[in-house]
Each structure stands twice: as structure tokens, then as C-alpha cells.
Design a protein around this ligand. Structure first.
Ligand SMILES: Nc1nc2c(c(=O)[nH]1)N[C@H]1C(S)=C(S)[C@@H](COP(=O)(O)OP(=O)(O)OC[C@H]3O[C@@H](n4cnc5c(=O)[nH]c(N)nc54)[C@H](O)[C@@H]3O)O[C@H]1N2
Ligand SMILES: Nc1nc2c(c(=O)[nH]1)N[C@H]1C(S)=C(S)[C@@H](COP(=O)(O)OP(=O)(O)OC[C@H]3O[C@@H](n4cnc5c(=O)[nH]c(N)nc54)[C@H](O)[C@@H]3O)O[C@H]1N2
Ligand code: SF4
Ligand SMILES: [Mo]
Length: 746
């Protein structure tokens, strides 16, 4: 059994950081006789103020779940699973990578970094360095199957160097297909429920666009409970009202914005009446929302997975930023920027933009399909095609860091074929995930209580936009609080990656994540690790965050930082734009205006009639995080079956009872889950959480693991031509009671 670090009899409290989602809450663990008995929020934590979620509070038992891997394994793919020490696995993997590169070239080796690679910046930095050392450009991550429109929009509009106003200063917020109160997606900062409650109390107005009355929408002044997939049309109509009624900030536009004329022209077709018809709402609510939005002085719009997965992610996120820009909802000269950086070196706080940067057209092209790398990364939805399509650049080996392609990638049926086709599949994962079951190796890492936690990841996410990251210059750097379980054989991901590189005879050139806002410095401040002894964990972190304003080792030695503290709260005054500065925010990008024209062309037309009258819409639940926590008995007690939340009117019409197993069928596939009556869901929609289910060669049990909504997607039908993201929400479906075997046989 594992006990408190260096003191197997410790009784008392230790501080820790949870990295089970990107919020990275500061938590307290109560120990009795060396054993962790309770994990809870820390009311003295200055950023989280006592917040914790039910996953974080289960973190102690997460470490000792029966399903946790305490050693690495190999041979699952051939049905010859056996334990292997991670160091031996590293040498064997290095040998196989060497052979694959010799035979097929470096691009035959691909990496995929999932959510738990993102939440572990150190591992991510080493993974990228490994790929560079091999010479492979087949570098993938989950961004292009998440909210790839964000990166595209930010590039096309241009980054605003001073950043956005803080949640505490907003007079308004518009949420477009995101539910931050549950997802912590950003949009409301950390401890979002309290932030929203406090903001509402001081008078902040809230507009929510979502087909479902979400926990966030419950507090909305205006909730546009629209049909899914219509966000560009609704926002087009809002923009039209804001522009035509001249509600925008004319001075700001004159000084800092380009392209308003093009935008004005492009939104003219979006008559609120026509938009309302398409979106299944009223013209009055759209106009009211537009006027409310147009009255805000310091505000934010936050988009989420809803619109990004419903076909219009780029243009939705672009309109969000275009509206933000014409309203001048950015930090302005003389405002205070409180985020001066701890683990990252922010851009200089100048009230200016360098202007747009290329969003596509510069990177690696795919060999299998007409898609390429964009500012949001390689098109991950098409990685199965890169694996399955013969050719020079065919991918033969895949290293998965903290991800679960089998339950997370769209088009599960094709993903399954691709995973089986690989010559080498390696997963770094604490459990035998559905992907690891198909792998050659699974490498078991240490977990939260056993590693050096820090808040670098959420600080980096702060660059995504308003309401992301921390409100203040908050940081936590907490050393391990528990030893690894007796008899276990675990590593840190970066250690494993360095060992593979060593065995390949490669030097790792680790580039700093702290310098994302300073691309010129990234090369110069890279740290080299030659083959041989793996660097100590704090040396590794210091390399990963090289160039940040803090000494990482000093921070870990600071008892206040161990608990989580505000580091040097002295805010920076946003500086005026230097004379002769040329950069302007661009709101009339030609490619985006063309996308908008595509939506304008649909106005006045009825919603396409298909054999699949319902729409599957995505959603998150507090109890689970993507494919994680499904094995935890406490969470499973709360959510025993895979739910498809449906409006009671639809259920009645289909003759379905609450709790009844159902079949959900798209043009691509059929899955099964359990109907749940929920009047917060817009009629015509089924709100179904993702990353449940099994592999396609297993029997599906609606009362067991449920169905995989990724299976409903075809990655080559209706995908975004820039990022490859296919339809993952707003998918046309049919719903019916699940046939019993007997009925099916008849
Ligand atoms: N249909 C549909 N598909 C979706 C989505 C959707 O809404 N609908 N959402 C998409 C989004 S937004 C994303 S981000 C992707 C997520 O895609 P992935 O990141 O590929 O999927 P996860 O299920 O988060 O997989 C995380 C894996 O990391 C493992 N893990 C947990 N802790 C650690 C750790 O400390 N170290 C390591 N090495 N591994 C760890 C878990 O066991 C799990 O297997 O899924 C996408 N897929
Ligand atoms: N507890 C928990 N937290 C999580 C996760 C988790 O699985 N569990 N996943 C994490 C990950 S990887 C991510 S990327 C973030 C995502 O964070 P969010 O984007 O906030 O995720 P959701 O809660 O799914 O919110 C999406 C909302 O969009 C709505 N929606 C669906 N289709 C449409 C549409 O076409 N238009 C509009 N306007 N709305 C639509 C849905 O009803 C839903 O309320 O959450 C993260 N946090
Ligand atoms: S919100 Fe995320 S980081 Fe915070 S306790 Fe829950 S899972 Fe952990
Ligand atoms: Mo995500």
C-alpha cells in the first residue's frame, strides 16, 4: 500500500494540485497514519477559494482503483499480454522505432498528445522534442478534434497583446455552446459557479446560446435555446444589429480595427427574422440579445465545443472575436493587467495587435487527403486515413501520450481499423484504456499525488482568450505527497520519453512552453538533454518552462507556493500603442466572409429533411472527464448508465420510458444507450455525453459501457477543410427503443 511521502505514519494535511482536468484546483488531502482518508477543497486557496469537484474529491481512491496499472505491459495486440519494466519497454520500443524509421522514413512515426498530455506540460515538451529528434513531422494532438476554430480565429483576427478584461470586471458575458460551470472550459475562469454567481450579483448580464438549459444557462438574462449547428447564423444576425444600429466602439475601430466594411456587407443578409426561422427561435430574442450585447462596455464572448463540433467552428469563433474587437472589449491603455506570468512569459502589455498571422498554408500536408496542418495543429480526425492509406508518408507507429483515440476520435469504426493496422502502438496511460487494449505497449505513469504538480498548464490556457486561465498571477507548485504503491514499477512520462531517446542515441532539444508568446526566443532558450542519465524532475520542469519569470526550484521550496499563492500581485499598467504602429485587428477576412456567405445562402430555406430527424448534441457531465472516471464506482453510482437526455415530449412521441435502452442511429452507425427524460433539452435533440462505449469488436451493452458517439461520425463527410474536424455534434440521428435479441431475430 502507498503512504505519505517519507513518513509512513503521517497524520495531518498536505496540499496537492489536481490535474484531472485543466482547472488544476489546489486541494488538501487529510492523512491518518500515512493513509489519505479525504481529499477536499482549500478555502484559503486564493484562486479556488475552497472549490473542488466530485472528481477531485475522489482523487485519493483514483490512485488505488483496481483498474490502475502498477506496471507497464506489452503484447495486448496479439493477445499475449505480459508485464514489462518500463525501462525494458523503452529499449524494445526504441529498437522498433529505429527499424520503422529505417524502412519507412521518420514521418512514419506519429505522436498523439491527448488531454493528459496537455495537462502535463513537461511530458508534452519532451514528446515534441522526441519527435523532432526522430525528424518526424507527424505530430498530432487533440486540439483539432476539440475547438480548433479558436486558434484559427485568433490568428485571422490577430492576437491582442494586452489581453482581455478579467471576469471580475465584465458587465456582460455571452456563452456560445459552452457550459463552463460544469466543464471549466474557460469563459468564466476558475471556480466558475462562484464567479458567475458573484458576477450576476454585481449586475453582470448573461446571454447563453445553447439547445439545452445548461447549468450556466439557468442564470442567463437571455437564453437563445436554438437548433444546433446554427451559431454562425445567430451571430451573423447579432452582428448585423450591432453594426447597423452603430452600437460598436467607433473610436476603437478607427484606431485598431480593419475590415469593418467587409463584415458589414457580409452580415447584411442575416435578417433576424430569417435567422430566427433557421435557428428555431424568435427574431425578438435575437434582436434583444444583440442590443443587450451592444450595450456592454467590458465584456466577453466565449465559444465552446458546441459550435466547434457542429460544422461552423471557424466562423463562429471568428465572429466572436470580430464582435469583441469592434466593441473594443480588450484591455485598453491604462487598464491593469494582473497576469504578469509565473510559469509563462506573457506578451508585453501593449494596447495593440501585431495584426493577423497565417492560420494555414504553411505546414505539413497529409498524403491521404486534401488536408494540412493549420495553426491549430495537424488534422487529427484524418490520422486514421494517414495510417490506412499506403504511400510515402504512411504512418506505421503511433505513440499516444495521455489520450484514448478509440473512445475520443471521431469515426470510431475507421479509428479501429487504423489502430489494428499499425506496426507499433504505444500508450502512456495509467489504465488499460480501450486504445491500450489494442496496443503493443502500455506504459504506466505516476499520478497526481506522486508527482510534482504545478499550474503551468492553466496559465498557458490563459492565452486562449477571456475567461481562460487564472484571474490573478496565481501559481501552485506542489511536490509529491505520496510514495508510489509498494512493488509498483511506475515512471514519469518525461522519464520514459527521455529513455526512449537515449536508447535511440538521440539528444532531446526541449523547447520552452513558457515562451509561446515569444517565438523568437523559443529556439534560443531550448535545453539539450544528451543520451544517458535522465534529468532530475525539477531540471526537466526548468527546461520545459525555461525563460519564465520564476525560478522553478525556488518556487517548489516556497511553502506558500506549495499551497497555491498569488505571486507578486503587482499588476502591470497597459501601455499605449507605440507611434507608427501598423498592426490592426482584422474583422473582414476574405475566407471567413466566404464561410459566412455559405450560411447566408441557407437563410430562408427549411432545415434539410433527412431520414434522421433528430440531432445528437454533445455535452459534458461533472462525474466523468472524457473517457476517464468511468471505472470509478462512486461516479458510476451517480451515473449508472450512458444517458441520452431527451425532451419528455419527444420521448412520449417515440413511446419511450425514462431509463429505457435505446438505439441511436446515424448514417454511419448505430449505438445504444439509455433514454433519460430531461425537459432542459430542446425538443428534437438528444444530448449524449461522449467517450463512452466499447471497441467495435465488442458487444455493446446499453446498461454497461454504453455507446460511443464518435462511432456516429464519418470523418470524410461534412468536415472542415482547414482543420479536418468533422461533425461531432448536431449529428442527424434516428432514435428508437432498443430491440431485444428476440425481436431482432423475428
Ligand atoms: N464524440 C465526441 N468525441 C470527442 C469529444 C466530444 O465532445 N464528442 N470531445 C473531444 C475533445 S474536446 C477532446 S479534448 C478529446 C479527448 O481525447 P483524448 O485525450 O484522446 O481522450 P481522453 O478520454 O481524455 O483520454 C485521456 C487518457 O489519458 C489517461 N490518463 C489519465 N491520467 C493520466 C496521466 O496522468 N498520465 C497519462 N499518461 N495518461 C493519463 C486516461 O486513462 C485516458 O485513457 O476527445 C474528443 N472527442
Ligand atoms: N466534467 C467534465 N469537465 C470537462 C470535460 C469532461 O468530459 N467532463 N471535458 C473537458 C474538455 S476535453 C473540454 S474540450 C471542455 C469542453 O467544454 P465545453 O465546450 O463547455 O463542453 P460542454 O459542457 O460539452 O458544452 C458544450 C455545450 O454546447 C451545447 N451544444 C451542442 N451543440 C451545439 C451547437 O451546435 N450550438 C450551440 N450553441 N451549442 C451546442 C451543448 O448542449 C453543451 O451545453 O470541457 C472540459 N471539462
Ligand atoms: S475541477 Fe478539475 S482540477 Fe478541479 S478538482 Fe475537479 S477534476 Fe480536479
Ligand atoms: Mo477537449
Amino acid at each position: 500500500m502507498a503512504t505519505a511521502v517519507q513518513d509512513p505514519k503521517f497524520t495531518g494535511q498536505k496540499h496537492v494540485m489536481c490535474r484531472a482536468c485543466h482547472a488544476h484546483c489546489g486541494l488538501i488531502v487529510d492523512f491518518e497514519d500515512g493513509v489519505p482518508v479525504k481529499t477536499h477543497g482549500d478555502k484559503d486557496n486564493p484562486e479556488f477559494e475552497g472549490y473542488s469537484c466530485i472528481k477531485g474529491r475522489q482523487l485519493g481512491s483514483y490512485h488505488s482503483l483496481d483498474t490502475r496499472l502498477l506496471t507497464s505491459y506489452k503484447g495486448m495486440k496479439n493477445g499475449k499480454k505480459q508485464a514489462v519494466h518500463w525501462r525494458d519497454a523503452a529499449s524494445e520500443i526504441a529498437q522498433r522505432l529505429e527499424n520503422i524509421v529505417a524502412e519507412h522514413g521518420p514521418d512514419a512515426v506519429a505522436s498523439y498528445v491527448g488531454t493528459f498530455g496537455y495537462n502535463n506540460v513537461n511530458a508534452h515538451a519532451f514528446m515534441l522534442a522526441l519527435m523532432e529528434s526522430i525528424g518526424s513531422t507527424s505530430v498530432y494532438d487533440s486540439v483539432t478534434i476539440d475547438q480548433p476554430g479558436k486558434g484559427i480565429a485568433r490568428a485571422l483576427v490577430g492576437p491582442w497583446l494586452a489581453g482581455a478584461p478579467r471576469v471580475g470586471d465584465w458587465d456582460g458575458l455571452m456563452l456560445v455552446g459552452t457550459n463552463p460551470v460544469v466543464s471549466m472550459n474557460g469563459g468564466l475562469g476558475m471556480n466558475p459557479a462562484k464567479k458567475l454567481h458573484d458576477a450576476k450579483k454585481r449586475g453582470m448580464e448573461l446571454i447563453v446560446i445553447d439547445p439545452r438549459v445548461t447549468d450556466s444557462a439557468r442564470q442567463a438574462d437571455i437564453h437563445i435555446q436554438c437548433r444546433p449547428g446554427q451559431d454562425p447564423i445567430i451571430l451573423g444576425a447579432i452582428a448585423k444589429v450591432v453594426i447597423n444600429e452603430e452600437l460598436y466602439d467607433k473610436d476603437f475601430v478607427a484606431g485598431d480595427v480593419d475590415g469593418l466594411e467587409a463584415l458589414r456587407k457580409a452580415v447584411q443578409p442575416f435578417d433576424p427574422g430569417l435567422a430566427a426561422e433557421r435557428a428555431g427561435v424568435t427574431a425578438e430574442e435575437i434582436v434583444k440579445a444583440a442590443r443587450m450585447y451592444g450595450s456592454w462596455k467590458k465584456a466577453s464572448i466565449s465559444g465552446g465545443t458546441g459550435p466547434n463540433m457542429s460544422g461552423g467552428g471557424n466562423i463562429t469563433e471568428y465572429l466572436n472575436l470580430a464582435l469583441t474587437s469592434i466593441m473594443g472589449h480588450w484591455l485598453r491603455e491604462g487598464d491593469l493587467n494582473r497576469r504578469t506570468g509565473v510559469f509563462t512569459k506573457p506578451a508585453p502589455p501593449i494596447a495593440a495587435t501585431p495584426g493577423p498571422i497565417p492560420a494555414w498554408g504553411f505546414g505539413r500536408k497529409l498524403h491521404s487527403r486534401d488536408l494540412e496542418q493549420s495553426i491549430s495543429g495537424m488534422p487529427t480526425s484524418a490520422l486514421p486515413d494517414e495510417i490506412l492509406t499506403p504511400g510515402d508518408k504512411q504512418v506505421k507507429a503511433l505513440i499516444v501520450l495521455g489520450g484514448n483515440p478509440m473512445l475520443a476520435w471521431p469515426d470510431q469504426l475507421k479509428t479501429f481499423e487504423a489502430m489494428k493496422e499499425l506496426d507499433l502502438l504505444v500508450c502512456l496511460d495509467p489504465r488499460m484504456s480501450k486504445t491500450a487494449e489494442l496496443a503493443d505497449y502500455v506504459i504506466a505513469p505516476k499520478l497526481h499525488y506522486e508527482v510534482h504538480g504545478n499550474t503551468a498548464a492553466p496559465e498557458i490556457y490563459g492565452g486562449f482568450g477571456a475567461g481562460w486561465g487564472f484571474e490573478n498571477n496565481y501559481a501552485q507548485a506542489s511536490p509529491p505527497i505520496m510514495d508510489v504503491p509498494d512493488g509498483s514499477d511506475l515512471c514519469e512520462e518525461y522519464q520514459f520519453i527521455h529513455t526512449v531517446a537515449s536508447d535511440l542515441g538521440k539528444t532531446l532539444n526541449v523547447k520552452s512552453w513558457a515562451l509561446l508568446a515569444h517565438p523568437d526566443e523559443r529556439e534560443e532558450k531550448a535545453t539539450s538533454f544528451a543520451p544517458g542519465e535522465t534529468p532530475d524532475v525539477l531540471d526537466a520542469w526548468s527546461a520545459t518552462l525555461n525563460g519564465c519569470p520564476t525560478d522553478i526550484k525556488e518556487l517548489y521550496a516556497d511553502p506558500e507556493a506549495v499551497k497555491g499563492k498569488i505571486v507578486d500581485a503587482q499588476a502591470l499598467l497597459v501601455q499605449p500603442k507605440p507611434e507608427d504602429w501598423e498592426g490592426k485587428l482584422s474583422v473582414g477576412n476574405a475566407a471567413m466572409m466566404e464561410e459566412l456567405a455559405g450560411y447566408a445562402a441557407k437563410l430562408g430555406e427549411p432545415i434539410e429533411d433527412t431520414d434522421f430527424p433528430f440531432r445528437m448534441i454533445g455535452r459534458r457531465m461533472t462525474e466523468m472527464h472524457n473517457s476517464n472516471w468511468h471505472e470509478d464506482p462512486v461516479q458510476r453510482k451517480r451515473v449508472p448508465h450512458h444517458p441520452a437526455f431527451m425532451n419528455p415530449l419527444d420521448m412520449e412521441q417515440l413511446g419511450l420510458e425514462d431509463g429505457q435502452p435505446i438505439e441511436v442511429e446515424s448514417a454511419r452507425a448505430m449505438i445504444s444507450c439509455v433514454a433519460r427524460s430531461d425537459e432542459t433539452v430542446r425538443p428534437g435533440c438528444a444530448s449524449i455525453p461522449h467517450s463512452w462505449g466499447t471497441n467495435p469488436d465488442e458487444k455493446e451493452d446499453p446498461l454497461g459501457a454504453g455507446g460511443n458517439t464518435g462511432r456516429l461520425t464519418d470523418n470524410e463527410v461534412q468536415y472542415d477543410k482547414r482543420t479536418g474536424i468533422p461533425l461531432m455534434s448536431s449529428i442527424p440521428i434516428n432514435i428508437r427503443a432498443k430491440q431485444t435479441q428476440l425481436e431482432a431475430a423475428e
